[in-house]
Design a protein around this ligand. Sequence first.
Ligand SMILES: [Zn+2]
Length: 138
Amino acid sequence: MPVFTREQLSAYLDDALSDGETAQVEQALRQSDPLRRQLRGLMAERDRGEHSIGAIWRRERLSCPNREQLGNYLLRVLDGDQQDYIQFHLHTVGCAFCLANLADLQARQKEPASRTQQRRRRFFESSAGLLRAGRSKR
Ligand SMILES: [Zn+2]
């Protein structure tokens, strides 16, 4: 099991490692709980860092899938490798930023249905109200 330095993990988060090194880190992350904890600790540290730096880092996080990719992941329309990568990124790396993004997308996917229901209920209530008003006039 290779040991990674803070600098290497940091470079991994910045997507600044070579493909070979990135593969090594990802392989190790799949196998090592302490390494996953170490990486999450580093991510949390960076998120807590000076506000603007944290914000820039999040904006420029290259290893994060974008919203469209996350949406496709939810719909399961990505090819196997991409689906695996995002699964890995979310659940093995535990990227809080992408998990929050995913939760937001899931909430939006559910929204239209409940909105339609609300509209139906409102329509039903106002029709019932009209019927009652009509009846009381008679
Ligand atoms: Zn991410």
